[in-house]
Design a protein around this ligand. Structure first.
Ligand SMILES: [Zn+2]
Length: 295
């Protein structure tokens, strides 16, 4: 996902969001940290920002008549003129590791992640590992401070090798150089931190990865941007979303993942679903619906 930023921030938006489309002016989002246990692990969902996009075919339901998109929103008792998304990150505490999954838009664009991290009683220098789902600005922008320094100076930054290549080719040059020495790319499917395994989900970007977090019999999948709207992406997984780099591959990956999640009843974290973004995907008619549920 990415955002249309007001005129004064436009150059910054380009720097942060690279080849991404732009988004509506985000309202300041209050900090938020929602803690829950997964086995022996302590997790927190961290708020960064809200993003509201118009229901005009520019992002959701590309090529679909707007009244059809409105009907889906109406059936979910949601406003029909706009689609509200959250931008959240996930934190996992375990012995020896403090792991952050994605970093929000960053302080230059007014992201609240650092305040949310403080609300979880974590200092940036305590973060040991950062796992990136993909290199869009709303996931990597928070890797840098407003001065362009490393926001998490002691953390190793992990992303798939394909995503790191993509980021170096298409991402912000300044951010790429800021993080270069800290990046350790991985082969998809690798266990990147004890108990956290990367899951290849290409389509949204070439090296887009989910992360499976396990503790004993408890597990949760961070699906990254495999689905954006808890309403439209689930009810109509076939519909093209403008944010997907490869819409056909994105659609195939989304449909396969949603079918698997509905069958397995695996709990997920979705960074753009309504905060705190934790719950289940359930089958509903021809598509799916969101069932929010913290453990
Ligand atoms: Zn996103």
């Amino acid at each position: 996902m990415s955002f249309r930023i007001r005129r004064t921030l436009a150059p910054l938006a380009f720097a942060l969001l690279a080849s991404q489309p732009l988004l509506a002016v985000p309202a300041p989002t209050p900090a938020g940290a929602t803690g829950f246990r997964l086995g022996t692990l302590q997790l927190f969902t961290l708020r960064d920002m809200n993003n509201v996009v118009p229901n005009d075919g520019s992002v959701f339901g590309v090529g679909v008549p707007t009244p059809e998109v409105s009907k889906v929103l109406q059936q979910a008792h949601a406003p029909t003129d706009k689609i509200s998304l959250s931008v959240d990150a996930l934190l996992v505490r375990m012995p020896g590791h403090v792991v952050l999954l994605d970093t929000g838009l960053g302080p230059k664009v007014g992201g609240s992640l650092m305040a949310s991290l403080a609300a979880a009683h974590v200092r940036p220098e305590e973060v040991t590992d950062i796992l990136i789902t993909h290199s869009h600005g709303d996931h990597v922008g928070g890797l840098a401070t407003s001065d362009g320094a490393l926001a998490f100076p002691k953390a190793t930054i992990r992303m798939s090798a394909a995503e790191w290549s993509y980021m170096q080719a298409k991402g912000s040059k300044g951010l790429v150089e800021t993080i270069r020495a800290k990046v350790q790319p991985f082969k998809p499917g690798t266990e990147v931190v004890p108990g956290i395994t990367s899951v290849p989900l290409p389509g949204h970007t070439p090296g887009h990865s989910g992360y499976e977090i396990r503790s004993g019999s408890a597990h949760l999948l961070d699906i990254g941007d495999s689905a954006h709207s808890s309403i439209i992406s689930l009810a109509k997984p076939d519909w093209t979303i403008e944010y997907d780099g490869d819409s056909a591959q994105g659609r195939t990956a989304r449909k396969a993942l949603l079918a698997k999640l509905a069958a397995s009843h695996e709990r997920i974290f979705a960074p753009h679903f309504p905060y705190p973004g934790v719950g289940f995907v359930e089958k509903s008619g021809d598509g799916y619906r969101w069932a929010p549920a913290l453990p």
